[in-house]
Design a protein around this ligand. Structure first.
Ligand code: DAT
Ligand code: MG
Length: 179
């Protein structure tokens, strides 16, 4: 049986405003387990897949543009009931309606700049994780290529440029990846 996971993403405004540590801290203190974490620029097709259920909404174009406006921090959090609990930690979609003490309630005002995403069902947790894992894998390939080029240029051993962290996302996420 696979563990329950939620795909949680600090959106570009949250990254830009320096809220990453605050947000990770709240999930850690709650007690959930961080299974994967990566910073990257979301490819357009991943953003569109992520929000495909909302594609008929009038705000869909702005929403995708917002997600593409800067790097995001993608995380996979694991634990019993993590999907519903993460939604509580995050707060209501419209930050003006989010309770104080929630992430959106404490740090946001606009629905179009609401700092963070969390899956709304365990199935969507799996789906969104798989979609973003492809983006993370592509970012990893780019990072690996750059690292290799860099290692060649500077005549450092390539191993120096491959800390465990570079491959961690791929490995920890593999149970949820549909090949
Ligand atoms: P949530 O992010 O709380 O799961 P959602 O899935 O209904 O909310 O919508 C996804 C995002 O779309 C949401 O975080 C912000 C944006 N959004 C939702 N409703 C909106 C609206 N009425 N106007 C503008 N943006 C909206
Ligand atoms: Mg949603």
């Amino acid at each position: 049986v696979r563990a329950e996971i939620s795909y949680v993403m600090v959106k570009p405004d949250g990254v830009q405003r320096g809220l990453v540590g605050e947000i990770i801290g709240r999930f850690e203190r709650k007690g959930f387990k961080l299974r994967a974490l990566k910073l990257y620029q979301t490819p357009q097709e991943v953003a569109e897949e992520h929000y495909k259920d909302l594609s008929s909404k009038p705000f869909y174009k702005d929403l995708v543009q917002y997600i593409l406006s800067g790097p995001v921090v993608s995380m996979v959090w694991e634990g019993d009931g993590v999907v519903a609990s993460a939604r509580k930690l995050i707060g209501a979609t419209n930050p003006l309606a989010s309770e104080p003490g929630t992430i959106r309630g404490d740090f946001a005002i606009q629905v179009g700049r609401n700092v963070i995403h969390g899956s709304d069902s365990p199935d969507n947790g799996d789906r969104e994780t798989a979609a973003h894992a492809l983006a993370a894998r592509r970012a990893l390939t780019t990072a690996r290529r750059r690292a290799l080029a860099c290692a060649r240029d500077r005549a450092f051993p390539a191993a120096l440029w491959f800390p465990e962290g570079l491959v961690a996302w791929d490995q920890t996420i593999s149970p949820w990846l549909k090949e």
